[in-house]
Design a protein around this ligand. Sequence first.
Ligand code: HEC
Length: 166
Amino acid sequence: MRNFIFGVIVVILIIVVGGLAYTLTGFVNTNSDHSPGPAETWLASHAMDASMEKHAPHMQSPIPATDANLIDGMKFYTMNCALCHGTVTKQPSDVGRALYPPAPQLILQPLDDPEWHIFYAVKHGVRWTGMPAWGKVASDEYIWKTSMFLSRVNQLPPAVKQAIGK
Ligand code: HEC
């Protein structure tokens, strides 16, 4: 039994030291000008979904989805998010494409996530990506307004479409 435990500890040490050596001697590519592989994409997206399921409060927006609030959200998006996620007039973003991982184009390919999910991602950001934690610089009120705009991109009321100019 003692030998077995000793063997397990040696194997763990080899994995840890080997992993550190592999990483610290430059074998891990840290460039952002290639695309994430399928295993990395699969693992990262499942980790994000599981983390949100565990940490994000499943709450309703405390702010009503009036035309004025959706227009506020659209303006906030244009000023702060379009740079990476594409414009409200459906122009894709070159900066978003150049990021690693690339930024999803939220107007061209709208999310089908619930509002609380979008709110949580926007407020807390996404680690190891270019997605900032907007809760550090914006109020919950504006994050809700932007989240409700994003969750309705395909069914915006006429007044909001008019404000966008389409
Ligand atoms: C500097 C670039 C950048 C800016 C600016 C930015 N984002 Fe992001 N965002 C990203 C990236 C990159 C991801 C992808 C993260 C990933 O792969 O999981 C992301 C992910 C997201 C997601 C999660 C999408 C999903 O698949 O669930 C939402 C929602 C989002 N951003 C909304 C916003 C909003 C709203 C703003 C503005 C207030 C914003 N982002 C500003 C880069 C950016």
